[in-house]
Design a protein around this ligand. Sequence first.
Ligand SMILES: *[C@@H]1O[C@H](CO)[C@@H](O)[C@H](O)[C@H]1NC(C)=O
Ligand SMILES: *[C@@H]1O[C@H](CO)[C@@H](O)[C@H](O)[C@H]1NC(C)=O
Ligand SMILES: *[C@@H]1O[C@H](CO)[C@@H](O)[C@H](O)[C@H]1NC(C)=O
Ligand SMILES: *[C@H]1O[C@H](CO)[C@@H](O)[C@H](O)[C@H]1NC(C)=O
Length: 545
Amino acid sequence: MLSFLGLMLLAFAGLVRPQQPDYSLGSPGKNIFLLAGQSNMAGRGGVVNGTWDGSVPPECRPNPWVLRLSAALSWVEAREPLHQDIDANKTCGIGPGMAFANTLLSKDSSLGVVGLVPCAIGGTNISQWARGGLLYAQLVKRAGAALQDGGTIRAFLWYQGESDTESSEEAELYKGRLEKFFIDLRTDLSSPMLPIIQVSLASGDGPYVEIVRTAQLGLDLPNVRCIDAKGLQLQPDGLHLSTPAQVRLGEMLADTFLQTMPSPIQNSSPKSLSLLLYLSWVIVLGPRVVDSLGGNGSTSSEHKNIFILAGQSNMAGRGGVVNNIWDGFVPPESRSNPAILRLSSQLEWEEAHEPLHGDIDVRKTCGVGPGMAFANDLLEKAPGFEGVSLVPCAVGGTSINEWARGTRLYKDLVTRARAAVEGGGKIRAILWYQGERDTVNQEDAEAYKDKLKELIVNLRAELHFPLLPVLQVGLASGQGPFLETVREAQLEIDLPNVVYVDAKGLELERDGLHLTTTAQVCLGEMLADAFLRSFSSPRPDSSYH
Ligand SMILES: *[C@@H]1O[C@H](CO)[C@@H](O)[C@H](O)[C@H]1NC(C)=O
Ligand SMILES: *[C@@H]1O[C@H](CO)[C@@H](O)[C@H](O)[C@H]1NC(C)=O
Ligand SMILES: *[C@@H]1O[C@H](CO)[C@@H](O)[C@H](O)[C@H]1NC(C)=O
Ligand SMILES: *[C@H]1O[C@H](CO)[C@@H](O)[C@H](O)[C@H]1NC(C)=O
């Protein structure tokens, strides 16, 4: 057990690591897992005589919440064979990765996106994985690339050793080599307590399987767990796990991983625990997530928490506007605050104040919207957030077609988003409240879902941020009769990292279309809560027990 001082030191080491100012920040919600080892990690389930039978059991099916880092270092939807472009000189079949990811998500649906980073290569021995070698370099490189768009490496999954069973000398050396490999990797990933789950052998190339198994089962490093594959069904080659065995192994890996995770921070009631949880979180999740809490004002530009606000009038804000005149009333929740900035129409940062969209939605009279209440509430509830930087982009009366790629509104949004990150800082989320205009005719309402999905996908690609968090607001009102059709479309957006916040039932102005000032304050707070719940509260890991 680590001493409290040890925890503090590790926490400090995490905090002082330099931060790469990455344009496309991360969604702390992305859970990254590195998979490495040899053929049974790469997957040979269903491969007979060099041919894969193509059969994918239900546990291994693709799932929009499961991504894989391709050999070309981009995130794509994961599917079997997971290692095909990595272990490219062999025929890959079913491995444990997909079953692992699907089991995780089925047991903890709040987990968010799972990003798998396949790195295993068939036939490799432990010496080939040592620091300084090609495989090690590839592994570290892919881990770094996986973090480029944000996220957190949750664990390293390792299944290897069959190639080290051929001579008793090599088998005897296995334990020392494996320990060194794990320590080196944790060091190079700046994650001294990175959770590791290793698999002890079910089979081997040579006669010394038991020596290697003993080394694996007896490895004594903190936060390394071993699960035993012995007894799982092998294919006729006597070496590779069958497809059902791989599914079982994936489930065992998921169960083991989940056992190492305590309940989320917000569920931990005793206040005295929170410092400990926070420290463990710093240690386990590393500096990236800590960065996501914001930083110190002295380097505030690098730590800007940028939120893009887009949509139509209810995002631009009409609270307190009657007959095109704003009553000028700013509720306490929406007051300006030196820690809240806005990007002006001239692309300059200034202290934010209502009406937030005054110089953006210039053809209409703007009043109170959700933005200021959102920012104030975030500052209050997320103690690590030193500032909030808002990028207003909403324009009243606009339809979803007017936001499609190539349009002026789309280009303006992208220009403003890029300008916002120019001096440093990270885009935390897009807040989107739009669709009232698309309720006028049935065709538009029915096309809404695809168009909104396309918009999100395009913006994420344009901003080089594939899992950019989106908070979208379900309509409270509409300009036409097809309100429910659009609301249903909004509810059905099944992209990862898109969170739905329902405005239905919030108080409307007498026009029956626009949220009142009170309702906007309420919406701002709902958006802040949704953001904190979904994108800013990674759970700690009980790795240091
Ligand atoms: C695989 O190859 C072996 C020997 O070449 C052969 O006996 C066996 O029938 C083959 N199995 C399949 C499923 O093709
Ligand atoms: C595949 O084979 C080629 C040619 O032998 C070799 O250069 C390459 O490194 C191999 N790739 C892997 C992943 O083993
Ligand atoms: C490991 O594999 C490599 C490549 O096949 C080989 O050159 C090397 O001798 C092996 N090392 C050990 C210790 O078996
Ligand atoms: C950040 O730095 C400023 C001055 O550099 C200091 O006044 C402030 O207390 C620091 N805040 C935190 C949270 O460390």
